[in-house]
Design a protein around this ligand. Structure first.
Ligand code: ARG
Length: 572
């Protein structure tokens, strides 16, 4: 299915050609003066100079070629040469009918790439804290969007499972004389204790580093503790991500990159890319066009230990072997942008990935509290993710009780869970990922305004109308008639924007566009709903047409929130 703006654009091109003009710069856009018209074309202005004519004159000639066009019910020119257009209600209805019959609402299945989204990045044995929230939420949305446009997509959690934190835990266990494997609860106490100790006690820290080194060089005793920590942590992580409706196809971590490091480093040396500098092994990654200094990418420390850059590069070696991805998208805190710039350049320079493989870094900003500073617990500590989820959930439950929701206690809890997730995810995703944002529980959980619960409320409202209609014996599948009033027409026009919106959101890795779009759909729908008596309508064709429009609206809203990673309850 062609995008509506393209169809209208072609009609304008035809009119320009018929009037004897070049159509190269002619296109149609959504009007920026909705009080004057629905669409506009600025082509006459662009042509004026070469045609030696006033733009208004050109516009007038073009408009006369649009008389009788099936696409427009109004086409007029205004100074200095704009062409203002209103779409014909009957053409719009036929376009919307076709869209509603298309399972994918006009989104082509044209992307066929193999895509890996690297997101999550939790460090095992440390509890998930709110710093991990954005990676999970944005990464999941990008992954689902990639799948929706047709790519063969996998999400890789890329756990931090090979670093000092494991050495710290083992050192602490030894110091305590623990002679059995720790439980999850013990682990969540041991790690912070060990981490605090290492900051004061040099000797302890050295011991932990030594253990880490031995672990990474095959000490069987340490490896068996590590395996145990991995087992219980992964189970716990799965449970936690599950609650966020986040899941990964690939459960690999930094440790899985380890077997690829030695060969990779050898090759980098042999090919002359890696050289020794002050004892360390580095690869130069600066380029002539750089406007700031890009330091060399460190491959090995002077003691021969691998670094964060090393594991990321070796992971690319592994991904190349296992998947040959066309693109790898990293959804990670934007403060790591230098790390990824170095890794990407080194990977291309050393031939770890082919030149045409897209390596993309979607760096996200910080989630701040109302004071504009990084979000903290009431007592000022780092907030555990679970604590935040619980707070939001309680707030949603409270709001539902205030609203007098009529449902069983179980349904109430289940629904509050869904609303809470929508509040958290939409609150995050409606902001451009790269920017910092303020996490405001009261605002995010509100049932009104630009919030997740408002979107859910709109879907629930449509579901309830459809239920009533079905109870009254109404049937689906009626043809969509030309809009009966301006608010219905507005809703239809917005619904035609779904496919181009999805394409744009994917092209720019911008899930916030999906939020902006569904907010517009919800607003248009609610306006239409308040002005229209659907259930009491006597004209059955008219009523059936509205129901078809509702089904399309609901389908598009549900598709969008599914991409964003949450779903709507039956009632709320
Ligand atoms: N574990 C890392 C951290 O906590 C994030 C990992 C991001 N992904 C990657 N491929 N480096 O900072």
């Amino acid at each position: 299915m062609k995008a509506l703006l393209d169809i209208l654009g072609e009609e304008l091109k035809r009119a320009f050609r018929d009037a004897g003009y070049d159509d190269g710069r002619v296109g149609v856009t959504i009007s920026n003066r909705p009080d004057l018209c629905e669409y506009q074309c600025n082509g006459a202005m662009a042509l004026a100079k070469e045609a030696h004519k006033a733009p208004l004159e050109i516009a007038g000639e073009v408009i006369s070629r649009l008389e009788g066009s099936q696409y427009f019910e109004k086409a007029e020119c205004v100074k200095p040469g704009f062409i203002n257009l209103n779409i014909s209600a009957s053409y719009l209805a036929s376009y919307i009918s076709e869209e509603s019959r298309d399972e994918r609402y006009g989104v082509g299945n044209m992307h066929k790439d193999r895509v890996i989204v690297d997101y999550g990045g939790p460090n095992v044995a440390k509890p998930l804290h709110i710093g991990h929230l954005r990676a999970a939420i944005i990464g999941e949305a990008v992954k689902r969007l990639s799948k929706y446009v047709g790519n063969d997509t996998s999400g890789d959690i890329h756990m931090g499972d090979w670093g000092l934190q494991i050495g710290l835990i083992i050192a602490e266990m030894k110091e305590r004389g623990m002679d059995r494997m720790p439980t999850l609860d013990e682990l969540s106490e041991i790690y912070p204790a060990a981490s605090a100790k290492s900051k004061e006690d040099e000797e302890f820290k050295d011991k932990a580093m030594e253990i880490t080194y031995e672990l990474q060089h095959g000490n069987e005793g340490y490896l068996s503790i590590w395996r145990h920590i991995m087992d219980i942590s992964v189970a716990d992580l799965k449970e936690n991500y599950d609650k966020l409706n986040v899941s990964f196809e690939i459960w690999k971590g930094e440790s899985d990159a380890d077997p690829y490091i030695a060969d990779m480093v050898d090759r980098m040396k042999k090919d002359g890319y890696a050289y020794e500098s002050q004892g360390a092994l580095v690869v130069d990654v600066c380029e002539e066009s750089d406007t700031k200094e890009i330091p060399p990418c460190m491959i090995l420390k002077s003691d021969g230990a691998a670094l964060y850059t090393t594991t990321d590069l070796a992971t690319l070696v592994q991904r190349e072997e296992d998947y040959k991805p066309d693109s790898v998208i990293y959804v990670v805190d934007k403060r790591q942008d230098m790390h990824f710039l170095q890794v990407f350049r080194a990977a291309k320079k050393c031939g770890i990935v082919p030149e045409e493989t897209a390596l993309e870094f979607l760096g996200f900003g910080t989630m701040n509290g109302k004071d504009g500073k990084p979000f903290k617990t009431r007592s000022g500590g780092v907030m555990r993710l679970q604590e935040l989820i619980d707070d939001v959930y309680e707030r949603c439950l409270e709001r539902m009780r205030e609203n007098g929701a009529e449902m069983s206690e179980e349904e109430l809890r289940d629904t509050a869970g869904k609303i809470g997730l929508a509040a958290i995810k939409y609150g995050d995703l409606s902001n451009e990922a790269r920017k910092d944002y303020i996490f405001d529980i009261d605002k995010f959980t509100s049932f009104e305004g630009n919030t997740g619960p408002y979107i859910l409320y709109t879907i629930v409202r449509i579901k309830s109308i459809l239920r009533k209609y079905a109870e009254n014996g109404g049937k689906d599948g009626t043809r969509i008639l030309p809009a009966a009033n301006p608010s219905e027409k507005d809703l239809m026009m917005t619904l035609t924007g779904f496919a181009p919106m999805i394409e744009g959101a994917w092209r720019d890795l911008a899930p916030h566009r999906i939020c902006a779009y569904i907010y517009q759909v919800a607003n248009d729908f609610n306006k239409f709903y308040h002005e229209t008596r659907i259930i009491s309508e006597e004209d059955k064709d008219r009523q059936g047409s509205w129901i078809s429009l509702l089904i399309l609206t609901k389908g598009i809203l549900e598709t969008c929130i599914d991409i964003l990673g949450f779903d709507a309850p039956e009632m709320m």
